[in-house]
Design a binder for this molecule. Structure first.
Ligand code: GBH
Length: 453
């Protein structure tokens, strides 16, 4: 009976997702250059316990074992990211063959094993040399990104069916340049908005380069983190707070990409902190070029409340004073990390996208997962996955075109500013021995995938 309700169509894609800096380690092996995350991790207080991705899961050396795990899980796809600084160590100029060779070996082995590679070009590890020239604040970085995309395609294009330009430009721009909680750790208003624009432009320029080269069966898209925002109370002030949060996290990105227009309340909301001089004529045409698919990462909903700036947690204070804070609703179920668990938020996101964007392409859920302290008997993660898969299935019944699901993550890994204590893996990693141990959720998901058409 449960099977009946949750059966996914034949051809639905099942996979797991990871990111280079979170799993690879081997940061100075085979000619890799430094990235902004190597630098940020050395800033005192930036990352919990002073941890870094220096060793992580040592996936760079243990990738064969990790492919075996995917095989056992029964997933037909794997989403991973390429480290730009392995491929173009200085951000432009010299190409590092040995970096490309690593990804060729990996992609080749995946294909041999019947696991389709879904490649993310940028999951936050900007070459430090480009940050030294201004990073994403600068238009030039978007051009360099397009060059790098072309290099990656030339080397791997024969093996990769799905290309994802960026992972979560919201995090790269707002969390990295305004909140300072991610690399490069800046707290700037105008700089962060410029970064968001240049990331979108980089996406558009890279997409054009990939399309010039791609075979008809290859697909190009982008991954966004979507957090539907709901007002914490029925007050008009909280409704306004929710609008601002929705703009900052969601519409700032989805409107240019899917409508070819800047969100109409950008100027009114951010006019005091930026003159938007980074917007050039013609940019929207580049950014808004049709996508073959949209990748959606979903973790939680945001409950937004109006709040004076002084009330914000100083650690979370941003360069923006939007007069907003997010609150956890009373009595809400939360994950091991305290994030609200609201699978209906995923249903809401998918339906909301379908309603707002007439040109919405097919969707892949490119990340969804549950963080905890790493217990092997991870019933919380099993419940989370079951409920979110049911929400996706329900949205599909309601007409949303979802083509696949990638669980975050295959392995416990370096969880950015939180370091190693927050664990998202279906597989536990012992960071002393690098031993991999399948958790209860691994077995559950394997069975779940096994009973699908
Ligand atoms: C994704 O971001 C990332 O793509 C992935 O790399 C990451 O490992 C995964 O989520 C799990 O977090 O530090 O408590 O203030 C999801 C969006 C935005 C969620 C930043 C965490 C910081 C929360 N993330 N946010 S906290």
């Amino acid at each position: 009976m449960t099977q009946e309700r949750t059966a996914f169509p034949t051809g639905f894609v099942w996979g797991t997702a990871t990111a280079a800096y979170q799993i690879e380690g081997a940061v100075d092996v085979d000619g890799r250059g430094p990235s902004i995350w190597d630098t940020f991790c050395r800033v005192p207080g930036a990352v919990a316990r002073g941890e870094s991705g220096e060793h992580a899961c040592d996936h760079y050396h243990r990738w064969r074992e990790d492919v075996d795990l995917m095989d056992r899980l029964g997933t037909g796809a794997y989403r991973f990211s390429l480290a730009w600084p392995r491929i173009v160590p200085d951000g432009d100029g010299r190409v590092n063959r040995r970096g490309l060779d690593f990804y060729r070996r990996l992609a080749d082995t995946l294909c041999e094993r019947g696991i389709e590679p879904y490649v993310t070009l940028y999951h936050w590890d900007l070459p430090q040399a480009l940050e030294d020239r201004g990073g994403w604040r600068e238009r030039d970085t978007a051009e360099r990104f397009a060059d790098y995309a072309e290099i990656a395609y030339e080397a791997l294009g024969d093996m990769v069916s799905h290309w994802i330009t960026l992972n979560e430009p919201y995090c790269s721009s707002i969390v990295g340049y305004a909140e300072g909680r991610h690399a490069p750790g800046a707290r700037e208003g105008h700089g962060a908005l410029a970064a968001a624009h240049h990331l979108l432009l980089g996406h558009g320029l890279a997409t054009a380069r990939l399309r010039e080269r791609a075979r008809p069966d290859q697909r190009v898209g982008i991954t966004l983190n979507m957090s539907p925002t709901v007002p914490a109370t029925g007050s008009a002030a909280d409704a306004e707070a929710a609008r601002k949060m929705d703009l900052l996290v969601n519409r700032q990105f989805t409107d240019p990409l899917l409508l070819g227009a800047y969100a109409s309340d950008m100027l009114e909301t951010f006019g005091a902190i930026s003159d938007f001089s980074f917007r050039h004529e013609g940019d929207l045409k580049v950014i808004g070029a049709p996508l073959d698919f949209l990748g959606v990462n979903y973790y939680y909903r945001i409950h937004a409340a109006a709040a004076p700036y002084e009330q914000a947690d100083p650690a979370l204070r941003s360069a923006f004073d939007l007069g907003v804070r997010s609150v956890t609703p009373d009595g809400a179920a939360t994950s091991g990390l305290g994030w609200p668990m609201e699978p209906q938020g995923l249903h809401q996101t998918l339906l909301g996208l379908t309603r707002r964007y007439p040109a919405l392409p097919p969707i892949f859920i490119t990340e969804n997962g549950y963080g905890d302290d790493g217990t092997l008997d991870d019933t919380g993660r099993v419940d989370f996955l079951r409920d979110h898969l049911a929400a996706i299935r329900a949205a599909m019944t309601d007409g949303v075109d979802v083509r696949g699901y990638f669980c975050w993550s295959l392995l416990d890994n370096f969880e950015w500013a939180r370091g190693y204590d927050a664990r998202f893996g279906l597989v536990h990693v012992d960071y002393e021995t690098q031993a991999r141990t399948e958790k209860a959720s691994f077995h559950w998901l394997r069975e779940f995938i096994g009973i699908q058409g």
